[in-house]
Design a protein around this ligand. Structure first.
Ligand code: TTP
Length: 625
């Protein structure tokens, strides 16, 4: 039995989460590679756009989506580094001086390699690491922290009195200056103090992890330390660069009050837009006006309860161990499009080389080997991207990149292609431990079991129960707060809002009806059919309806992206669409959970004030129909 099993139960139930995010990641990789001090303004460029800007350059007003010309006008001393590229016929990416879109292919390998080394360090400290993107992760350190606490206080039990925490040297400790939200010491009970001890121990551990990354790799990162993922993520940006912030429970309400609610995880995309439209709110604090019943009536049992909690900083989502992607992809968009098989062959060589290098790198690092080789291509005459696959060459059969390149060409030739071709991508999918090599990491099995259990009805009920428990304790915290005029104003507002509710919803309905389908299509680069599937299939049992967004390496900076594999639908998703994409699955999961109890409904009033209930999938189906 683990040591932490003997800490009081309220400490075992209080999750302790770190969110660590590298500072200006691609820039730091270039600083280290080129041995340039971090106070020199530097930006990473892809064709004529910037994809990463360091903090010295940000001071000069340069931002990520500036063009090279704009950036140099603002800061003539700016050091520009173009991302590595594969040139015609080259087997390895290089830092070419003047790469051309027509002849070169972008390679993000240097950043992926740096990322893999960083995650190795995370893994050394903690066995529950959830990769959120190429340069950020959540870590569940509850067990480690509880065990350290027991080492520090061997007699710790339900009756132990908590000494004061010395917060010095643990990073920034968030404090809200608005006294109406800050409980006095007399409102923080003994259990809360022990929970603060958990955060203090976690903060020390976090500083050690960050220090290791700096000492071993030369990168700085920032972090948030809190009792859940949402708060850890929200506070990790508060002291960037190279800072960490602790969010104590007693400070949470003050922190959340003025937080623009769309900054909250899972509320940055569609779900957030619908909530903003329906409730006419901008900050998390404004959501406090709505009772849990009201939110459940409007958004369903699960969504309503989740929303009620999340706007107060309550989040029961687990950190799921996942520190490597399950597939990898090399892709290229063509402008002008390719016109013949000879050109396809040429690019197949380049894509095959990139994929080969990454598969071999991954094998060395993680002893994994892919199951399938998949090509995705898009030809002008075809409305949607197509794909074709074959088994990936076995380890003993793969001696050079040519084996993959030949297979890519063969797959293309054997498919229903038509010229001109505007995009070609090749992926290695189904990466799994190669059983012929050494021992198998047992944590992978644990991760699979966790994934498998994630969506069950029992789990969803458990989440609601956890929520109810935390909501009750937050209400107690609310009561403990000094009576403020603000709170009274909220109660009055609540009543006014109830009265105006019908009008607000009517306006919202009209507004949403006015939003044309084409807007969504533009935003997601999808066809109307994709949008329809996105919502109509929301009740289906698999996530195959997730938008099939094929990556690009065009000159548009927005599409110059790290790709991440979505483990829910097995599709590669560009980083700038990741939040929206996760939102999609999140909405889907909420809807499924709701379907097991009650349909997710928006209660709206039509113009004749007659009540009507709209299933959210029909809602969007109607819009697209
Ligand atoms: P971010 O973590 O969003 O940003 P950052 O690390 O550059 O800066 P910060 O300190 O503010 O966190 O992205 C990580 C890397 O991903 C970034 O260095 C470059 C790359 N990236 C793109 O290529 N395109 C994009 O649109 C975004 C958002 C990031």
């Amino acid at each position: 039995m683990s040591k932490s099993a003997t800490v009081p139960s309220y400490l075992r139930q209080r999750r302790v989460v770190l969110h660590i995010d590298l500072d200006c990641f691609y820039c730091q990789v270039e600083h280290v590679r080129l041995q340039i001090p971090s106070d020199i303004p530097l930006a990473v460029q892809q064709w004529q756009g910037l994809i990463a800007v360091n903090y010295a350059a940000r001071k000069a007003g340069i931002q990520r989506h500036c063009t090279v010309r704009e950036a140099l006008a603002a800061c003539p001393d700016l050091k520009l580094v173009h991302v590595a590229t594969y040139a015609n016929g080259e087997k390895e990416p290089k830092y070419h001086l003047n790469p051309s879109y027509a002849t070169h292919k972008v390679s993000l390998d240097p950043y992926r390699r740096a990322s893999a080394l960083i995650f190795k360090i995370f893994q050394r400290f903690c066995n529950i690491v959830e990769r959120a993107s190429v340069d950020e992760a959540y870590m569940d350190v509850t067990e480690i922290v509880n065990s350290k606490l027991l080492g520090m206080f061997p007699n710790l039990d339900e009756n132990s009195e908590a000494p004061d925490v010395d917060w010095a040297n643990l990073g920034a400790i968030y404090e809200n200056s608005e006294t109406s939200f800050v409980p006095t010491d007399s409102h923080i009970d003994n259990n809360d103090k022990w929970c603060d001890w958990q955060l203090a121990v976690a903060a020390k551990l976090c500083a050690e992890i960050r220090d290791s990354i700096y000492r071993e790799l030369g990168y700085t990162c920032s972090a948030g330390i809190a009792h859940n993922k949402t708060l850890a993520k929200l506070c990790s940006v508060l002291n960037k660069p190279n800072g960490q912030t602790v969010m104590r429970s007693s400070q949470t309400l003050g922190f959340m009050h003025s937080m623009p609610f769309q900054k909250i995880r899972n509320l940055g995309g569609k779900l957030g837009n619908v909530i903003e439209d329906v409730l006419q709110v901008e900050t998390a604090g404004e959501l406090w006006k709505f009772s849990v019943d009201e939110l459940q009536t409007r958004f369903g049992r699960v969504t309503g309860a989740w929303l009620f909690g999340i706007c107060r900083g309550i989040d029961s989502e687990e950190v799921v161990h996942r520190n490597v992607a399950k597939s990898m992809m090399a892709a290229k968009s063509f402008r002008p499009p390719l016109k013949n098989l000879e050109q396809i062959q040429h690019w197949a060589t380049i894509l095959g080389t990139e994929l080969y290098t990454r598969v071999i790198d991954d094998f060395e690092l993680n002893q994994r080997w892919p199951k399938n080789l998949v090509i995705h291509y898009r030809c002008v005459a075809q409305t949607a991207p197509r794909s074709k696959s074959c088994p990936f060459p076995r380890r003993g059969e793969l001696f050079s990149p040519d084996t993959i390149s030949t297979k890519i060409s063969a797959l293309f030739k054997s498919s229903a292609y038509a010229f001109p071709c505007v995009r070609l991508a090749a992926s290695a999918t189904g990466l799994n431990k190669d059983n012929s090599v050494g021992t198998i990491d047992i944590s992978q099995f644990v991760a699979v079991r966790r994934d498998a259990g994630e969506d069950t009805a029992t789990n969803s009920d458990h989440k609601i129960n956890m929520h109810t428990h935390e909501i009750a304790s937050t209400e107690r915290q609310h009561k403990n707060l000094p009576e403020s005029s603000l709170m009274k104003k909220q109660a009055t507002l609540d009543k006014v809002l109830q009265q105006n509710c019908n009008q607000t919803l009517q306006e919202t309905e009209a507004k949403i009806e006015d939003t044309r389908l084409s807007e969504s299509c533009d935003k997601f680069n999808l066809s109307p059919g994709d949008i329809r599937r996105f919502f109509v299939d929301a009740t289906a049992s698999t996530d195959s309806s997730a938008p099939d967004i094929v990556p690009s390496d065009s000159s548009d900076t927005k599409s110059i992206n790290e790709m991440s594999l979505c483990d829910k639908c097995n599709k590669m998703i560009p980083q700038d669409q990741w939040i929206e994409h996760k939102d999609f699955h999140f909405a889907l999961q909420l809807q499924r959970e709701d379907d097991s109890g009650r349909k997710l409904v928006l209660t709206t009033n039509n113009r004749s004030s007659k009540k009507r209930k709209t299933d959210i999938s029909n809602y969007f189906k109607n819009r697209t129909g």
